[in-house]
Design a protein around this ligand. Structure first.
Ligand code: BTN
Length: 244
């Protein structure tokens, strides 16, 4: 149920703007922008957000069903966006823990959940989604990690409205389920879309890089990694993961 949907010309960050708003008692508040002047990425990074190039979408929702884990929320949103992209024919999209969507080792979507906190509800949380649609050449040069956009995958200019509609159609029911039932119903689908499972990954913990094998998700959304024969649970926010 969408209570309010706005498309702004320019904002600092759709996540930041929604965090300044009150959450509707029921349903969601949705904010899109044509451009962000201070787009936020994970781990304090910025998210380049040129005018009319990509999708910058945030959803604000009150979570009442008990514990709201932002890490779980971003995993659920990642699954929903992957499903939406599959609906549109981009069937190669896979999830790279904790919250990237990748195609052939290149980043297509970034997700950032904020607010809420890890406490019993009701709690406000914003899930922000940045989808690369048409990367302008001037911005492409500044991006240090491998990336891809929908125009490249489609071989033609992609309609951002159709992408947003497909994402909301998958995301909103998923958020309802997450609020009511938590992460458990999503774990089987995550396993199917999991890019890292069985892969050698490098995990940064306390400034040290360690190598291990990704084993999939734990029930609480942590990444299970076997390091030196011992299974460890790695939590988002503490680590940076690189596929080898
Ligand atoms: C990442 O991969 O580092 C996360 C990027 C998240 C970007 C989106 S764009 C819409 C929303 N508003 C923001 O400021 N960030 C998110």
């Amino acid at each position: 149920l969408v209570r309010d949907l706005q498309v702004a010309w320019t904002v600092d960050s759709t996540n930041a703007e929604l965090l300044r708003c009150s959450a509707p008692e029921q349903g969601v508040r949705v904010l899109l922008a044509e451009r962000q002047t201070g787009g936020r990425g994970r781990r304090g990074r910025t998210w380049a957000s040129p005018l009319a190039a990509h999708v910058y979408l945030s959803v604000l929702r009150l979570f009442s069903g008990g514990l709201v884990r932002l890490s779980g929320l971003s995993l659920v949103a990642g699954i929903a966006v992957a499903e939406a992209l599959h609906d549109l024919g981009y069937v190669q999209a896979r999830l790279k823990w904790p919250n990237d969507l990748m195609v052939d080792g290149r980043k297509l979507v970034g997700l950032l959940a904020e607010g809420g906190g890890e406490y019993a509800g009701p709690a406000r949380a914003v899930i922000g989604i940045g989808i690369n649609v048409h990367m302008p050449a001037a911005f492409a040069e500044q991006i240090t990690q491998p990336w891809i956009d929908l125009d490249t995958l489609a071989g033609a200019p992609v309609d951002r409205n159709a992408v947003v509609a497909a994402v909301l159609a998958r995301l909103l029911p998923a958020l309802e389920t997450f609020d009511a039932e938590g992460l458990a119903p999503f774990l089987p689908r995550y396993a199917e879309l999991d890019l890292l499972r069985g892969q050698t990954v490098r995990v940064e913990q306390g400034g040290q890089w360690r190598e291990g094998t990704a084993l999939g998700l734990a029930d609480d959304g942590a990444l299970r990694v076997r390091i030196d024969g011992v299974e460890q649970h790695v939590h988002a926010g503490e680590v940076s993961v690189r596929a080898q």
